[in-house]
Structures are given as C-alpha cells and as structure tokens.
Design a protein. Structure first.
Length: 262
C-alpha cells in the first residue's frame, strides 16, 4: 500500500482542519483529489509529505509509519509539483540546472555536479519532450514550460509517489491540455510513480485517472473508483446543489451548477 490513513484528524491552533480521514492508495492507482478552495487539499498533501503531523489516527506512507519510521528517507521518495515550489528558484538558472536540483532535493545547486549529472537532467527533459528548453533561463519560460521543467525535476530522484498540486494553475487552455497529456505519458512510463493529482477543476479529471477523492470542509465526502464517484447524485451532495455533467471528451466532463441567481 502506497498511502494508508486510518481515522486521521489534524488540528491546528484549536481548529480542526481535517477530520476522520480514512484513505488507501494502492500501487498502480492514479488518484485525483477534487475540492473547492479551502477544502483541505493542500493540508492533506502536507500530511503525506510529513510536513504536518496528525493529531489523531495512524498514517503509513510507503511502508513508513509516522512515529516509528525514518521520515527524512520517506521524503526522498516523494516528488511534488506546486506553485510554492515554482517560486523558490533563481530566475537566472538554466532549465536543466533546475531539473538537476531535483536530484539533490534543493532549490539551489549548493554542491558541485558533474557533466554526467547535467546530462541526466537533459535526458529527463528529452523524455518529456522538453529538450527545446535546454539552455533557456527560468525567467524566459512560459508558465506551461515552467511546469514541465518542475515535473522533470520531480522525476529526477525516481520518486515512488508524484504529487501534482494545482499543476495547471495559471495555464491557458492549450498549455493545460498539453500538461495533462504529459502527465498521462508519465503514468505509462516503465516503473511509473503513483500519481496524486489535486485540483478544483473537474474538467481536468481525464480518462487515465483511475480513482477520485472528494474533499469538502476537511472531510472525505466520497472516494473510490472514478466511475463510482464521478456521478450526478454523488456530485450533487458534494456541491450542495444540483449539477449537470456536460461531456467534453471521452469520459471527461465539465460540471455546470444548476443555480438560479437572483
């Protein structure tokens, strides 16, 4: 089991952020986590990364139990892409140098590196069809190009879990679709990591995602295989209003709220 949470509750400053979370992620599953702003999605991720510690319950990530296992070694097995990562890099760094920082789990290349290290970063970029970005400075890249670089960086240390936190934030329509295509390709790689894709846009939940978790006000409303969760009566409860699923592709939908505005 890649992720196992049993009756996990998290409180901070006497406020309950997550409540009674029960969730398991098995090898080979690709999960989408859907929730509106403030649902607790980022907090759940920080639990997985052991940046927060549960107030109650049991957590086991990659066979490491919180409280008994080596958390520092656990973090090396998890790759993450998010806006808070994107802001850490010097704007003058070359794209391949940023990818290389993933090998050292740092935002700056503090240690010296060999040309073979840099070639490894370039090879990762080529694997993601981003070789045209080699030699480009970070501040010259578009938002979509930066996200591809950050994904390549996250894959450098061959993580067992890859977390994508609002990865399409700030992207235009075309860059978003290209990024989703790249993520699908990653899911089909040999020894692909278990992917956790976090969003508040239902239309980003694509065919290659196998499971879905609905998070609302710090509680899991529904979870399981996508076809069992991504259905009207479950989504009506989740959004607290009637919704219509508008098809926009194969097994992909835009959610339209049926709300009468006064």
């Amino acid at each position: 089991m890649k992720i196992k949470m049993e009756h996990v509750t998290l409180r901070r400053q006497q406020k309950t952020i997550l409540e009674d979370i029960n969730w398991e992620v098995a090898n080979g599953e690709i999960w989408a986590i859907l929730g509106l702003n403030g649902a607790g999605k980022s907090t759940l991720l920080r639990l997985i990364l052991a940046e927060f510690w549960q107030s109650e319950g049991e957590i086991e990530i990659l066979d490491t139990s919180f409280g008994t296992g080596d958390i520092s070694q656990l973090r090396k097995k998890i790759g993450i892409v998010g806006s808070f990562i994107a802001e850490r890099f010097p704007r003058g760094m070359r794209a391949e140098e940023i990818v290389l920082t993933g090998k050292f789990k740092s935002s700056i290349l503090y240690t010296s590196y060999e040309e073979t290290d840099l070639k490894q970063a370039q090879d990762m970029m080529k694997l993601l069809k981003a070789d045209s970005l080699i030699g480009r400075k970070y501040d010259s890249l578009s938002q979509g190009e930066r996200q591809i670089i950050l994904i390549a960086r996250a894959l450098m240390d061959k993580p067992q879990i890859l977390i994508l936190d609002e990865a399409t934030s700030g992207l235009d329509l075309f860059a978003r679709e290209q990024l989703l295509h790249h993520i699908e390709q990653i899911s089909q790689m040999k020894q692909a990591p278990t992917i956790i894709y976090v969003t508040h846009h239902a239309e980003e939940i694509t065919t290659f995602m196998t499971h879905l978790l609905l998070l609302k006000n710090g509680k899991i409303i529904a979870k399981g295989k996508k076809e069992d969760v991504f259905i009207p009566h479950v989504l009506n409860e989740f959004y607290d209003c009637p919704v219509t699923l508008v098809p926009i592709g194969e097994q992909r939908y835009f959610i339209k709220p049926e709300v009468k505005y006064v």
